[in-house]
Design a protein around this ligand. Structure first.
Ligand SMILES: [Zn+2]
Length: 718
């Protein structure tokens, strides 16, 4: 996923004589000075906990001054003196927010948690105050009313600001504005609680195995990891600890012959944060109620309508229609997959029917039987450093950029690696790129991309280039092997790197349109399209080399990998589409009081006809995408929406050659460089030559199109 940073375009510019210079102790605050580091990478070594809140307050105070000066301008409102002035402001606030948001996710601590409780509400309050400033809005509206005379990107930026303000209550009465402000503050706190519960609940769960026979079937790397986890907890040899973190949980579910062990892990995961000290169920109810009130206040029929109003899909129904064209064929395939698994289990003498916690395990067995593919063997060709070479080779061949490590660059953790990204032809600096790939207790789960600095064209026509980072939770090295990635982890690295390229290569001239500042159902196109290169033989030959011998991956193994690539696609697709459909159903709710969340989930599953062997990819108490922030609420569908775009787009590369310079140029110039400066459908058509259809996705996933009339009835749960 991409971490969405709340855009705070109208934050303050640090001006001489500002509030930040009132106190002496501010003079040492690194956020209040120019960064004297290479390419303005944040000077992590000089940033201390006590710097965040004072810098935030100084930034907020000056934001007010900045807005006041835009408003007090006696000249008639123009794009430059109003929209662009807003877009260029907020240097200090953005600097502190970029660093704080990043480290709160990837390098948390008790201190950061304590600061966060003040930081987020203050930040949200500042955003609210800006978007509820009537005088500022009337200037924006004056530019908006004459927008047809502007350039395309200027018109879009003006429309974006206008919508941002009206969506935040600019057209509301004073009394309603106060209510909206209270609801935003409440939601911001609820998200914080949701995420804190989730992190604590994840860390609180572990399974300790003391009988080595229970480890049967597990790959050596998992056993080694589990032994190290036990040692870290001070347990003696002969103990193995498994956790809910993906590199521990997934191999266990996939390989452990001990059915009881799989059940324990599966139930631990699917009941995560749903009872006890870290229970997210009451938090979800409060979120749903506050969201419904907010939507109503802003004149939308429900929160889903509010969330889809300003994206490519336009309505919940459009998103749902697309998902149902995918859901039906996926479920048909699930039934086939389960039948195949059951037959295999029966042949082995099993006396049970396939349960959800058997799915990963038997899917793997079927894979081995059908494709004779041993994932542990495959991993030996995907050492983390090799895969990183793979993404860099891909970028160099497609887009002509080179990655050179900067060993002395500032970093926030010693496992972070920093690269100078340059134009391979001219040597010109393009961006800074950082990778932070290993799990630790202070990092949340998953993988994401964001930035420490955006990009834009300066007034003197020079470029301000970005600082971009990728964070992951990939398998760690063990005592006797380097980090060997699973295929899923390989694809995740390509995915986040695709987001990274969107940020690094941006040539949109305005900050608010740079890189990943696009409609959120378009943002996953650059990430997902680059996943396709991971398994292309031409690139594999370059990067996938055995970690011991350096031999390239054998051609027959590549052929097997490709044959196996549509394996288990019923499960994968239905899991994803199911979670997306669940999310859209939440968006339709207008609950008066508490609902029974578990019951609601069950009703959605029944309405959809979800197979008994499946559950949603994320159950509600750990569905961070939709309850950990507004980020993907009524927007989890965007992954599949984007896949419709990326599979259709990649078919052009397949047709012309995966490194065809002309196709790469078209993608770079029409999509990667453009950011949000043009309508996404226009950008796609300019690159591809036609509008996307769902057919390429179904072909890619090996699914058969279903009846076009597929439609989901609204489940109960009002
Ligand atoms: Zn993503």
């Amino acid at each position: 996923m991409k971490k969405i940073l709340i855009p705070l375009a109208a934050a303050a510019l640090l001006m001489a004589g500002g509030a930040c210079q009132k106190k002496d102790d501010m003079s040492n605050n690194p956020f209040l000075k120019a960064y004297e580091t290479p390419y303005e990478i944040p000077p992590f070594d000089s940033i201390a906990y006590e710097h965040y809140l004072p810098a935030l307050r100084a930034g907020i105070a000056q934001q007010q001054a900045e807005i006041d000066s835009i408003v007090a301008n006696p000249a008639e409102p123009t794009f430059e003196n109003t929209i662009l002035a807003l877009d260029n402001s907020g240097e200090v606030l953005n600097k502190v927010a970029y660093v704080f948001f990043a480290l709160d996710e990837s390098n948390s601590s008790d201190e950061m948690v304590a600061i966060a409780e003040e930081f987020y509400p203050l930040f949200q309050d500042a955003t609210d105050r800006m978007t509820m400033n009537d005088a500022l809005f009337s200037r924006i509206k004056a530019v908006y009313d004459k927008r047809d005379a502007l350039d395309t990107d200027q018109r879009r930026l003006t429309e974006d600001y206008y919508k941002r303000f009206t969506r935040n209550g600019a057209l509301l009465s004073a009394e309603d504005k106060e209510q909206l402000k209270a609801l935003n503050a409440e939601l911001s706190n609820l998200y914080l609680t949701f995420n804190k519960n989730l992190l604590n609940a994840t860390n609180a769960f572990s399974i300790t195995v003391t009988d080595s026979t229970r480890l049967a079937g597990l790959p050596a790397s998992s056993v080694a990891q589990a032994a190290e986890a036990a040692a870290e907890r001070g347990l003696p040899e002969g103990n193995w600890v498994f956790t809910l973190h993906a590199p521990s949980r997934l191999p266990l579910l996939q390989y452990a012959s001990d059915r009881e062990l799989r059940r324990q892990m599966y139930e631990g995961y699917t009941s995560l944060a749903s009872s006890g000290e870290y229970n997210n169920l009451p938090v979800i109810n409060k979120i749903l109620q506050a969201r419904a009130k907010k939507a109503k206040l802003l004149g939308f029929k429900d929160f889903g309508a509010y969330m889809t109003d300003n994206v490519m899909a336009k309505t919940t129904e459009n998103a749902e229609n697309l998902l149902m064209q995918i859901w039906r064929p996926a479920v048909e395939r699930v039934h086939e997959e389960v039948a195949e698994m059951q037959a295999l289990a029966n042949a082995e003498g099993a006396d049970f029917t396939i349960a959800p916690y058997d799915y990963y395990y038997y899917a793997e067995k079927v894979r081995q039987k059908k494709y004779d593919l041993d994932e542990a063997k495959v991993r030996e060709y995907f050492a983390l450093d090799s895969v990183r070479n793979g993404i860099f080779s891909m970028a160099e061949k497609l887009y002509g950029v080179k990655f050179t490590e900067m060993p002395d660059a500032p970093k926030y953790y010693d496992e972070v690696t920093v690269y100078d990204v340059t134009d391979a032809a001219t040597g010109e600096h393009v961006a800074v790129f950082m990778t932070d790939y290993f799990p630790r207790a202070s990092k949340r789960q998953g993988a994401w991309m964001s930035e420490f600095k955006g990009s834009s064209l300066n007034a003197d026509s020079t470029w301000s280039r970005p600082v971009i980072y990728n964070v992951g939770n990939f398998s760690r090295p063990t005592a006797d092997a380097p980090a060997l990635l699973t295929l899923d982890e390989v694809e995740t690295m390509f995915h986040e790197f695709g987001h990274g390229l969107h940020g690094m290569l941006s040539r949109a001239r305005y900050k608010g349109q740079a890189g990943t500042n696009v409609d959120r159902d378009f943002v996953e196109l650059p990430s997902q399209i680059h996943e396709h290169w991971a398994l292309e033989p031409e690139l594999l030959a370059k990067y996938a080399r055995h970690y011991k011998t350096g031999e390239p991956i054998p051609a027959e193994l590549v052929a097997k990998l490709q044959a196996a690539s549509t394996h288990n696609m019923g499960f994968t697709t239905a899991e994803l589409a199911g979670a997306a459909l669940l999310d859209l159903q939440y968006g339709k709710l207008n609950p008066e009081g508490d609902i029974d969340v578990a019951e609601f989930e069950k009703n959605v599953a029944v309405q959809l006809g979800m197979p008994a062997e499946l559950t949603f990819r994320y159950r509600s108490p750990y569905f961070k995408h939709i309850f950990g922030s507004d980020g993907y609420a009524s927007g989890y569908y965007t992954y599949l929406w984007a896949e419709v775009l990326d599979t259709d787009g990649f078919e052009l590369f397949k047709e012309k050659g995966i490194f065809d310079p002309e196709t790469a140029r078209k993608f770079k110039e029409n999509v990667l460089e453009k950011g949000g400066s043009e309508d996404p459908m226009t950008l796609f058509v300019n690159f591809r030559g036609h509008e996307p259809s769902v057919d390429a996705l179904l072909r890619h996933r090996g699914l058969k199109p279903s009846s076009p009339k597929a439609k989901l009835d609204s489940p109960s749960g009002k």
